[in-house]
Ligand binder design. Structure first.
Ligand code: SAM
Ligand code: SF4
Length: 323
């Protein structure tokens, strides 16, 4: 079992397979951003498999493929197949913006991906275009339908709540997810990079009470629900999670680390501490050296983010860390 210096069990790795993206969500990447990591610095599939086989042996049980937009990485389904087959890996999931999902959903399922999170902030086509800078709502909705048809049992829709914009779309999104059996999660913006700071933070606590009254929801506990606090329909047919890193942070139960496309393991989304696994591999590090670097890194995992105290601190965008 892997534990960090604060005694927290860490069994969840978010793996960024690319920092590139076909969208420019207002809270994530600046319009016109092109300052991507050099492909020569990307971890290869072999390097990823090598690192994760050691991590999994030590107790990293769950892996999420993310980015940037993970479906932009060539042959992602091949990587998924290799990671799903690693001894010790119990769950392989994917976070996507959904633009390529119609094409890949069934291949991902066949490769061993068990759960999908799809980011969608509104059902209003113009609003989605304004947030993402592309007219992608029909594509994303097709992707969600393809995921359902492919037989994914758990599909979560991740919606970033923005004051004055998507706030007004939340009730529509609840109805859409209720009808289709999707779990909805509302997310508060985090001040990572200037985009995250300027996005229009919305405190989700009043939203939760508003939705509780409007839809007759009650507090619920959802196994494997991660950092979200849930409301559920009394008949259990609908679940909505609130991810509130700012208004009610959940660092005391943090169970995750993030590996970037260039092999740096970030120990906290809101801090700079990192372990450079690509450098270690290039220097000829063996499995024992990988194990030592992981265990030493976890001992140094920060106790919590400081978004409220130092909102200007983190300058890397979410797409660089692997949100
Ligand atoms: N491109 C994929 C997607 O959009 O799902 C995966 C990567 S994206 C960085 C992962 C998640 O981070 C998305 O749900 C997105 O909404 C969220 N995100 C990005 N920037 C954020 C910010 N500043 N605050 C909170 N969430 C953010
Ligand atoms: Fe791309 Fe996801 Fe960031 Fe939007 S949130 S710009 S889809 S990486």
């Amino acid at each position: 079992m892997l534990t960090d210096g604060c005694g927290r069990r860490v069994d969840y790795l978010r793996l960024s397979v690319t920092d590139r993206c076909d969208l420019r969500c207002s809270y994530c990447m600046p319009t016109g951003f092109k300052d991507y990591e050099e492909p020569a610095h990307w971890l290869s599939f072999d390097q990823i498999e090598r690192l994760l086989s050691v991590f999994a042996r030590l107790g990293m049980r769950r892996i999420r493929l993310t980015g940037g937009e993970p479906l932009l990485r060539n042959n992602l389904t091949e990587l998924a197949r290799r990671l799903a087959a690693l001894p010790g890996v119990e769950d392989l999931s994917l976070s996507t913006n959904g633009t390529q999902l119609a094409k890949y959903a069934s291949r991902l399922k066949a490769a061993g991906v068990t759960r999908l999170n799809v980011s969608l902030d509104s059902l209003d086509r113009r609003r989605v275009r304004a947030i993402t800078k592309r007219d992608v709502l029909p594509q994303v909705l097709d992707g969600l339908e393809a995921a359902r048809a492919a037989g994914f049992s758990l599909i979560k829709v991740n919606m970033v709540a923005l004051a004055g914009t998507t706030d007004a779309d939340i009730e529509n999104m609840v109805a859409y997810c209720m009808e289709r059996g999707f779990v909805l999660r509302l997310i508060e913006t985090m001040p990572v990079g200037a985009t995250g700071r300027d996005a229009g933070y919305l405190d989700l606590r009043p939203v939760r009470e508003r939705l509780r009254a409007r839809f007759g929801l009650v507090d619920g506990v959802v196994p494997g629900g991660g950092p979200a606090r849930y409301l559920v329909a009394p008949d259990g047919g609908f679940q909505i999670g609130f991810i509130t890193p700012i208004s009610q942070h959940f660092c005391a139960t943090c169970n995750r680390v993030r590996l970037s496309v260039d092999g740096r393991m970030f120990l906290c989304l809101g801090q700079d501490n990192a372990v450079d696994f690509r450098r270690l591999l290039l220097d000829g590090g063996d499995d024992a050296a990988i194990e030592r670097a992981l265990l030493d890194g976890l001992r140094a995992k920060p106790a919590r983010h400081e978004f409220n105290q130092q909102p200007d601190r983190i300058v890397r965008f979410m797409s660089m860390t692997g949100g």
